[in-house]
Design a protein around this ligand. Structure first.
Ligand code: COA
Ligand code: MG
Length: 293
């Protein structure tokens, strides 16, 4: 079954665990998901301190009510294992693994979580941001079909990908990003686009969100609170799409169309697969309305 709208993940904000002010701000923000970052936004000398600070913060009453994810350092680094232990104890909805090169890293992290008796509710998210990881997006995403593997989301790491592959513009990254979307759909996973660095240019950001939605992404990862509102708007169904979906649902509900496989609506062929799409879009719109009430 198709799962992408069961949980809203339009706007997914990275918050450096070492930044106390940003941590305190997190509960008040209207993003769908927060990712507390122990990896690249924290300097090597600050890793242990940031881990402690995050633990303190998440134990406090200021802990956000959002879906909460913790990005740890790779298990192959000197901080990885301690990060995983600490993150698991903080009971986030998911732990985000950076620089995943292949399925092995997901299986290893899952085995380590099982060994520490982490609840099954803690899922794994995987960053696809290395050349190997992108080539292996398919095999990684297949683990989405294995309920014991915990994998539920792929996140594009476009800055690392550009650095590693030396591709310098988004236009040329797009074929790979589309492979990643395809892999995620095959594995029934959520898939999130990479960040937009120029956080003062909200017009260009909105254009990139619009493009990302058309590419099939469920949402965008963000670096700054100013990006939340445009991302929430871009990944929500438009009024016209809602009207169109309602028209399709009504048309199939007519007694004469009850048994029809295909009908004509305003001069267009509409099949039952469009009815399913329309119902999913309306459900997504309902989730957003409920969130915003
Ligand atoms: N999460 C929560 N709050 C944030 C934030 C974030 N990612 N980025 C900025 N803020 C807060 C600031 O603390 C500041 O709070 P205040 O109003 O209480 O003073 C406010 O938003 C405005 O911030 P601003 O001054 O415009 O930005 P900045 O210069 O402080 O920070 C960055 C700019 C890019 C350094 C910062 O946004 C950041 O660290 N982003 C995340 C980077 C990251 O996680 N990278 C790894 C993944 S790619
Ligand atoms: Mg990265």
């Amino acid at each position: 079954m198709h799962q992408p709208f069961s949980r809203l993940r339009r706007s997914v904000l990275y918050i450096p665990a070492g930044n106390e002010k940003a941590l305190r701000k997190s509960a008040s923000l209207s993003c769908d998901v927060v990712i507390f970052d122990l990896e690249d936004s924290v300097a090597p000398e600050q890793k242990a301190k940031a881990r402690e600070r995050l633990a303190e913060f998440l134990a406090s009453p200021d802990r956000p009510k959002h879906e909460t994810v913790i990005r740890i350092n790779a298990l192959s680094t000197e901080w990885g294992t301690e990060d995983l232990l600490a993150a698991s104890a903080l009971r986030p909805e998911a732990i985000l693994l950076p620089k995943v090169d292949g399925p092995r890293e997901i299986l290893d992290a899952g085995a380590a979580l099982n060994e520490m008796d982490a609840p099954r509710s803690i899922r794994l998210w995987a960053m696809i941001e290395t050349a190997q990881g992108m080539l292996n997006a398919g095999p990684v995403a297949e683990l989405g079909r294995d309920p014991t593997a915990r994998l539920s989301c792929l996140v594009a790491g476009t800055n690392d990908l550009a650095k590693e592959t030396r591709v310098s513009d988004r236009a040329n990254l797009k074929p790979w990003l589309m492979q990643m979307v395809l892999a995620a759909r095959a594995g029934n996973l959520t898939v999130l686009d990479g960040v937009f660095n120029d956080f003062r240019d909200l017009d260009a950001f909105a254009r990139e969100c619009k493009e990302a939605r058309a590419m099939g992404f469920d949402g965008k990862t963000l670096i700054h609170p100013s990006q939340i509102r445009p991302a929430n708007a871009a990944f929500a169904p438009k009024a016209e799409e809602i009207r169109e979906a309602e028209t399709i649902v009504k048309a199939f509900a007519k007694p004469e169309n009850r048994l029809a496989g295909v009908i004509s609506v305003n001069g267009r062929m509409v099949e039952r697969l469009h009815l399913e799409q329309a119902a999913a879009l309306l459900e997504n719109a309902r989730h957003i309305r409920e969130r915003e009430e």
